[in-house]
Ligand binder design. Sequence first.
Ligand code: ZN
Length: 549
Amino acid sequence: MRFFTTGLLLCIGCLPASALAQPKASAPRLIVAVSVDQFSGDLFTEYRSRFSQGMKRLLDGVVFPNGYQSHAATETCPGHATILTGSYPSRTGIIANYWLDYRAPRTDKQVYCVEDESAAGTDHDQYVPSLVHLRTPTLGDRLKAVSPRSRVVSVAGKDRSALLMGGHAIDQTWFWQDDRFATLPGRTANAAADRINKDLAARIARGLPAPKLPAFCQGRPGLSEALPGAGEAPVTLAALKPGDTASMPLRIELNEATTDLAIALSDQMALGQGEMPDMLTIGLSATDYTGHAYGTEGAEMCAQVMALDGMIKRLFDHLEAKGVPYMFVLTADHGGHDLAERNKQHGIPDDTRYDLTYGLASLNAAMGYADQPVFRGDDPRYPIIFGNLYLDHSITGSERSTLIERAKAWLKAQPIFADAFTRSELLVAKPPKAPPETWTLLERAAASVDAERSGDLVALLAPRVSPIPAPEQYGARATHGSPWDYDRRVPILFYGTGLKGFEQPNSIEVVDIMPTLASLIDLPVPAEEIDGRCRDILRGQASNCPTAR
Ligand code: ZN
C-alpha cells in the first residue's frame, strides 16, 4: 500500500471506516508533539536538574528517560518518521536521510528522504519537497481521515522534520529554507508566517546579540579547548553579524522563531478550539546543527539545551491561555555523540574517528575493482562506509551474489566495523518485541531495512567510531547515525491537562508515542498497521489503552 503525491489520498483499508466519536470533555482537544533534534537521553540526563521553566514542568509529567529510536539508522529522516507513524523505518520506508535509487528518472541517483525525484530539473540538493516516500500515515493523517474538521499544523527548522511529523494531510506546514520559513510548492502564503519572516529578517539585518549563557554553561569547555586549531568563534555563542543568514541554523534564534511560528499559527487557526481534536507538531532543529558543528558536551550545546527551557514554557503558557484540554509530548529523532577529540580528553581514550584505511577505495580494491569502483555509499562525495552500501546495478547474476558475499566477509574482517549484513538477511529478520536495549545488531538493522531503498549491504561501525574522518571534513565535526545507544536513546516526556506524573525508568520505544496519543482521543489504530504499542500513562487503575483485540 503506497501513498501518492496528492497529499490527501490515504491508503484504503489503513483507516477505520467510522468517524471519530465526539470527544469526551476531558479528552485533549490539542495534541502538541515536539521533536528536539539530537536531544539524546544523555543530554536529558545531564541537564534535567538544571531546568527551571518549561522543561522542568515536563519533569512533573510522565517521564520515560529511556525512550528508544530502536532502529540502527539513527538519522534525522528515519527518526522523525517514526515519532508519529508508530512505525519503524522498515515500515515507513524512510530508511535514511539519503539513499541510492538506480531507477530514479534523472541523472542524480541519490535521493533525499522528503523530495520528489520525478520532478524535472531536480537533484538531491536542488529538490522539490514532497512526502511521496512516506509509506505510512501519521497520527495527523489518521485523525483527519476520520475527523476531516481536525486541523494538522507542522513547523520545523528542517523540511524533513516538518513533513515527516505532519504527514500527507497537513493543513499548514512551514520549515526553514533559503533563509526564511517556506512551505510546500503550490501552497498559498500565510499572514502569520509572513509576519514571523518579516520580523526575523529585520532582526537578522540588524544583527543579533550573543546569547546570555547560564553560569554553568560558561564553565563548559568550548570548541577551542577540544580542538585548539579550530580557530573559529562558535556561531552559537557569538553575536550574529548583520545580514549573516547563513549562520541562523546554528543559533538559538532559529528554535525561538520556530516556536513563535507554531504559536502564531495556533492562534491564527484557533487550534484546539474546534469541535474535534487538532494537532500541532514542532521540530526544533538548531540543537542538531550545533551538535554537528561543536559536539554535544561543550558550552555551545549547553546554551542550546538551556534555551529550550524558555521556549517550552512559552508553549505551555500559550496552551494554558487557550483553556482547552491538551496533551504535550517531547522527544527526539536520535541522540548524538561528542567530538572524538573531547571524548579522548574526557576519559574515553578509545574514542576515535574513521580511519580511511577501511574506506570505500579499500573495499573496491579488495574486490578487484580498484580502477572502476562498484560499491558506493549513499553519498558519492563520501569515501567512507557507513550504513548502506550499493553494488552497481550493471553487475548481475552470480557475479552479483558472489561479490556481495565477498564484500560482507571483507567488512566483517575489518576491526572498524561491528558487523555487516546483506539486505536479504535483514529482510527476513524481524525486529523483536523485547526491550530495545537487548536487541542484537541484526535486529536493529532489520528495523531500518527496505526491499527497494536499502543497500545490498549494511555495514555498522564499531562503537565510539565517528564516521567523520577528520574534523570539518564534511562540514561537521561530530555526528550520530550509529546503532549504539548514545544515538538510539532519547527521552519521551508526556505532560497534559489532568495528567498525573510518574517516572518509568524501564525502556519504551518512540514508536509507542503514536498509539499512546491516539488512545487519548479514542482514535482506533489497528495493531497490525504499526510497530508501536499503546503505553498506559494514566496513574492508578484507569488505562488510556484500548483492551487487546
Ligand atoms: Zn536529526
